[in-house]
Design a protein around this ligand. Structure first.
Ligand SMILES: Cc1cc2nc3c(=O)[nH]c(=O)nc-3n(C[C@H](O)[C@H](O)[C@H](O)COP(=O)(O)O)c2cc1C
Ligand code: SF4
Ligand code: SF4
Length: 290
């Protein structure tokens, strides 16, 4: 349980800490020092410490060294940030050069700053840089797609799908089967359609019993992918690995995934072989205003 104290001498009695707290940790009456109420529901988000203008709050979860002043001049303006968002692309062509450990650590640090439901910070990370292990992941993923392709060709499964979903369902299955066949064939011809020869795979996993663990992991991934862009690294979302991993216990064992953990996201990372010259507009989206 968090221990929170307010230094009466430092407190300016502004009440901001009480107003921004997502739980009701204290009560504030105008011109008075906040009166601590229930700190047991504190989610350790640090908002109170971050907003206090006079460093009057000491919170057991945030000892010295965990708090730093925001430097507004370091923040990108909207134009700069939009340029970053527009220029980020899924990079699938990499040089053979491995990504330095320090850069991966920086990417994970960026990921950790993503929001998480109830501030659970549930996302954990696995970094795969070992070429043999990386290859095993590719092989196990392909094996999973082989199994799925077989299942999609099963006459009983096809008849059942036709009965339940009609001809549209059948067509979807056929499309999937064709896509899986292409993937397997590409692999058979010596290319790597799963990780695209990226030297690093960053896996985002979490306890499946934690609410929103998947959303939290994917928000973390997006932070990571944006910081990759600033580090001049290329990255793409490894959907095939993520989808395959949830059905292949051998992959979970290989990665020493803790019990009850699930892989929610994966990012293949490397030094890009090419640099893009232009950004391209997205499709017009549908927006409803009320
Ligand atoms: C999936 C998800 C659901 C969330 N739902 C709520 C919510 O319903 N109400 C709320 O006040 N904050 C919500 N949050 C915000 C989190 O509480 C917040 O991200 C966390 O406390 C960390 O604080 P920060 O985002 O200021 O770093 C949600 C965040 C995520 C990722
Ligand atoms: S850390 Fe967050 S939840 Fe806890 S008291 Fe401060 S503002 Fe409230
Ligand atoms: S934010 Fe800081 S200064 Fe303001 S009331 Fe809270 S403890 Fe006091």
């Amino acid at each position: 349980m968090a221990t929170i104290q307010i230094d009466a001498e430092r407190c300016q009695k502004c009440g901001k800490c009480v107003q921004i707290c997502p739980t009701i940790f204290a009560q504030h009456t105008k011109g008075a020092i906040p009166h601590l109420l229930d700190t047991t529901r504190c989610i350790e988000c640090g908002h109170c410490v971050a907003i206090c203008p006079s460093e009057a709050i000491s919170h057991s979860s945030f000892p010295s060294g965990t708090i730093a002043p925001i430097q507004p001049e370091q923040l990108p303006d909207t134009a700069q940030f939009m340029e970053l968002l527009r220029s980020r692309r899924s990079i699938r062509e990499f040089s053979k050069r491995q990504v330095d450990r320090a850069l991966i650590e920086q990417i994970i640090e960026a990921a950790c700053f993503a929001p998480s439901s109830h501030n659970v910070q549930s996302t954990e990370y696995i970094v795969v840089q070992d070429p043999a292990m990386r290859q095993q992941i590719v092989e196990l993923t392909i094996a999973q797609y082989r199994q799925w392709r077989k299942l999609l060709g099963n006459p009983i499964a096809r008849t059942l799908t036709r009965l339940v979903r009609g001809s549209t369902g059948q067509a979807t299955l056929d499309e999937l089967r064709e896509a899986f066949t292409n993937l397997i064939n590409q692999y058979g011809q010596g290319s790597d359609p799963i990780l695209r020869e990226a030297p690093t795979l960053l896996i985002f996993h979490g306890d499946r019993h934690i609410g929103f663990a998947g959303v939290n992991a994917n928000l973390a991934l997006q932070n990571a992918s944006l910081v990759c862009e600033t580090l001049k690294l290329g990255a793409f979302y490894t959907g095939y690995v993520v989808a395959g991993s949830n059905f292949n216990p051998r992959l979970a064992r290989l990665l020493k995934l803790p019990p009850n953990h699930k892989i929610y996201a994966g990012l293949a990372i490397g030094h890009p072989r090419f640099h893009y010259k232009n950004w391209i507009e997205r499709k017009p989206t549908q927006i409803q205003w009320f």
